[in-house]
Design a protein around this ligand. Structure first.
Ligand code: 5GP
Length: 120
């Protein structure tokens, strides 16, 4: 895969503080914030601070420190949000998955029964 990062994408701009967000958690490695168009009562996005386009890009090229830091932030968000009744993690990647923002982000969806994984 050839990944090319567009540093004008909306999440890069959020990370630079150019666009406001409703922050859930901020760490050295990651930012978690509420999705602007929530699909469930809980809909939080967690993003790493580095220039990674998709989850597979992040796994392939981010260093161990960045990866551990990112997943530690995901864990902290789950603790904060008390997701005992269940949670869905989604990482849309590229066109067929309808990825809109080309900066790796993990959706955390919860707060109601979420139905089947995919619409048929
Ligand atoms: P994707 O389709 O790329 O997996 O998801 C992108 C998500 O980013 C969508 O759920 C969309 O609502 C959210 N989003 C797009 N622009 C903004 C924004 O400016 N602020 C926030 N908080 N979320 C955004």
């Amino acid at each position: 895969m050839n990944y090319s990062y567009d540093d004008q994408n909306i999440f890069a701009r959020i990370l630079r503080g150019e666009i406001p967000n409703r922050t859930v958690l901020e760490t050295r490695h990651a930012l978690a914030f509420h999705d602007i168009n929530p699909q469930a009562p809980v809909h939080v996005l967690v993003i790493p601070r580095g220039p990674w386009v998709t989850l597979d890009h992040f796994i392939r090229d981010a260093g161990a420190d960045a990866q551990l830091g990112f997943w530690a932030a995901v864990s902290q968000v789950c603790e904060l949000l008390e997701l005992d009744d269940g949670v869905r993690f989604i990482a849309n990647s590229r066109d067929h998955a309808h990825q809109e923002v080309p900066h790796f982000h993990l959706h955390i969806l919860a707060g109601r029964p979420l139905g089947p994984m995919l619409a048929r």
